[in-house]
Design a binder for this molecule. Structure first.
Ligand code: ZN
Length: 274
């Protein structure tokens, strides 16, 4: 689990903020954190290796979005910044964008959305989660935690082997090996459960479901990602994405009914965080 050098995403909680959630399709409250990739040599921080960004986690659906740091200048003291009630300033430009998106969503529900606006909604839904496609599960685990897990597993296995050699009781070897394997499997399950990448396809599909994009439209945004050198462009498979969108449309009761039935306008959000 531990390696000589590793990239770790350092996430520092700041407080709460507001934004438009493409999954809930309305303004929501978000947990707000500063995130930046750092290079580590064993457990020693060698400094940042990428521009910082803000990570917004929707308090309703659990979707995690990336936003530029310039949108919310953090000028609070560190003590205030770590309070869950802290609300950094949101620039007027961002407030206007939230209002514009709410207006667009109202027009979408009324089936009065301009094609350009619809294309922009599809693009934003896919780009809001683009960075998560790049993320490896281990990136959110602190190097000290990785190092500790590696030492514990090695100690259990090595200790079992030493006890076997010292006593001739092979069950001590088996016990040490089993304990090491059990801890390794538990750690992998825990690491995977913390990784947003395992949920990002559902979030993107849920955000796209009401827009019902064609494969050509998804492919066009994928090409834009590839042109911008976003790794998510390589990860997104339009045919697979369309299947997930169809599943989400069915789940959200957005599939065209045989009889006239309006799209539900109540809260669409369901928890995606489990
Ligand atoms: Zn949401």
């Amino acid at each position: 689990m531990a390696s000589l050098t590793a990239t770790t995403l350092r996430v520092r909680p700041v407080g709460t903020t507001i934004d438009f959630c493409p999954v809930c399709r309305r303004e929501r409250s978000f947990r707000f954190a500063e995130a930046q990739a750092h290079r580590y040599a064993l457990v020693f921080d060698r400094g940042p290796i990428a521009h910082p960004h803000h990570e917004l986690t929707c308090e309703s659906c659990g979707a995690i979005m990336e936003r530029a740091v310039e949108e919310r200048p953090v000028t609070m003291t560190s003590a205030a910044a770590n309070s869950p009630l802290a609300e950094p300033e949101v620039l007027p430009l961002v407030r206007q964008r939230i209002a514009d998106w709410a207006d667009m969503e109202t027009r979408r529900r009324a089936d009065k959305l301009h094609p350009d606006e619809r294309e922009e909604m599809i693009r934003t839904a896919m780009l809001s989660f683009a960075r998560l496609y790049d993320e490896r599960p281990i990136e959110r685990v602190h190097p000290m935690t990785r190092f500790t897990l590696t030492v514990v597993v090695a100690a259990l296995m090595g200790g079992g082997a030493w006890a076997w050699l010292a006593t001739g009781n092979r069950w001590l070897l088996v016990g040490g090996a089993c304990a090491g394997v059990a801890i390794s499997i538990g750690a992998l399950v825990w690491i995977r459960s913390r990784c947003p990448r395992t949920r990002v396809r559902r979030w993107v599909a849920a955000a796209l479901a009401p827009l019902d994009p064609t494969e050509a439209e998804v492919t066009a945004i994928k090409r834009e990602m590839l042109t911008s050198r976003l790794k998510s462009g390589e990860c997104i498979k339009p045919a697979r994405m369309l299947k997930e969108i169809a599943h989400q449309r069915e789940r959200l009761s957005l599939v065209k009914p045989k009889t006239d039935r309006a799209e539900p306008v109540g809260p669409q959000c369901q928890s995606y965080s489990s």
